[in-house]
Structures are given as structure tokens and as C-alpha cells.
Design a binder for this molecule. Structure first.
Ligand code: PGA
Length: 225
């Protein structure tokens, strides 16, 4: 089973979300015969679109799961601006924690990331825990680890599949039973290079997931592995 995860980051207004789902769902209708059983497809929209994306996903009967891009380190309550695990659990099954953009622009450190993981797990949300390199701290019992070298994010430069596969071996040895996914400038042209390595269990896609055609191309190619 391979994870195909789209991270929309801080993009799209509600009309653009509707347009994305409308186009994306047409592909699924056309490819009725294709089986996506080997894939876990997850889309992570901004918080404000979770309600809409869930409704559109259900309306078009799409075989995709939803994830959040972040989570509050606190419970529900007097935490202005924060979205708690409990609130998220109404909409998503997954949550990205520790993305390098959160670490860099929002100053999130290992302590706060650990708190976020605890919150997610207590609400039965599956963390997708991102690390910028193989020696980064990873909390206990994380099932999905995203390896995303900072220099590869949004730059058009990817790590080599060989190196990323080596990172997967290293990280999985230290975190037995976990899945390792690669992220950083993945697109329809290079996605299979990572998905066909021995130890990489999926991909995390930023920029290319904003375009339903590109995201679809990646999915349909991955479905044939
Ligand atoms: P990118 O982003 O695909 O645009 O490089 C990946 C990520 O940050 O998850």
C-alpha cells in the first residue's frame, strides 16, 4: 500500500476548491475500471475548507481521505485561533505535524510537536510526522513519517530516489513498523521514481497537488505499480 498525500498549504478560495473537486471527480468517473486499492489517497486542505472538502468528497463519492495540515498543541478551550484535535476529528483522519514550514515560520520545536502528536493520538487522528533529515527527533509510536529535505520543498529539486530510499531504511530501523514517505518537488514526471523504490511507502505532494490534473496523473500512475 502506498500513501499519496496532497498538501495544499495556504492556498485556494472556496470557488477554487469546488473547481478542483469538480475536475478531479470527472477523472474518477472516466476511470471507473481502475482500482485504487493499493493506494491511500489523502488530501490536506486548509482548515477553513475542511467542511466544504468533506461535503464535496462525499457528494462525488471519491475514494479519498482527508487530513489537516496542523493541529493545536492544546485541548479545546480558551486558545484563540487554535483548532483542537477534537474539532478536527469531525472532518479528518490524518494530520500533518512538524512540516518544516511550521518549524521555520512558526517556531515549532520538538516539545510542541510532541504535544501535538499526543493531542492527535488522543483523538484517534493519525499523525503524518514530517522531518527535514534522518537524524531529526521523532516521537514514539509514529506510524507515518514524512522525510522532506528543506532544500527540496517547492524548489523543483528532488532528493535522489536512492538517497531517499537510504533515509527510509535508516528511519524505519529506528522506528520499527512505521511507513516512510518522501516529499519535496514531487510531480507526475518523478513520482514513480520514489514510489518504485524498495523502502519508500508513499509521497507527500505540495505544489503539484494544487492542480487536479497533476494530482490525478500521479494517482493513476501509482495505481499501476
Ligand atoms: P512541494 O511541497 O511538493 O511543493 O515541494 C512538498 C511539501 O512541502 O509537502
Amino acid at each position: 500500500m502506498k500513501y499519496i498525500i496532497g498538501n495544499w498549504k495556504s492556498n485556494k478560495n472556496h470557488l477554487e476548491v469546488e473547481d478542483w473537486f469538480q475536475k478531479f471527480s470527472q477523472f474518477f468517473v472516466k476511470e471507473k475500471a481502475t482500482s485504487f486499492n493499493n493506494l491511500e489517497i489523502i488530501v490536506c486542505p486548509p482548515y477553513i475548507h475542511l467542511f466544504l472538502t468533506k461535503n464535496l468528497r462525499d457528494k462525488y463519492k471519491l475514494p479519498i481521505k482527508l487530513g489537516a495540515q496542523d493541529i493545536s498543541p492544546f485541548d479545546s478551550g480558551a486558545y484563540t485561533g487554535a483548532i483542537s484535535a477534537k474539532m478536527l476529528s469531525e472532518f479528518v483522519e490524518y494530520v500533518i505535524i512538524g512540516h518544516s514550514e511550521r518549524r521555520t515560520h512558526f517556531g515549532e520545536d520538538d516539545k510542541i510537536l510532541s504535544q501535538k502528536v499526543t493531542m492527535a493520538k488522543d483523538a484517534s487522528l493519525e499523525p503524518i510526522f514530517c522531518i527535514p533529515d534522518k537524524t531529526s527527533f521523532i516521537p514514539d509510536s509514529i506510524s507515518i513519517i514524512g522525510y522532506e529535505p528543506v532544500w527540496a520543498i517547492g524548489t523543483g529539486k528532488t532528493d535522489t530516489p536512492e538517497n531517499a530510499d537510504g533515509v527510509a531504511v535508516f528511519v524505519k530501523q529506528k522506528n520499527p513498523g512505521s511507513a516512510l514517505i518522501y516529499g519535496g518537488s514531487v510531480n507526475p514526471e518523478n513520482a514513480l521514481n520514489f514510489l518504485t523504490t524498495k523502502h519508500i511507502d508513499g509521497i507527500l505532494i505540495g505544489g503539484a497537488s494544487l492542480d487536479p490534473i497533476k494530482f490525478w496523473e500521479i494517482i493513476v500512475n501509482a495505481s499501476k505499480i
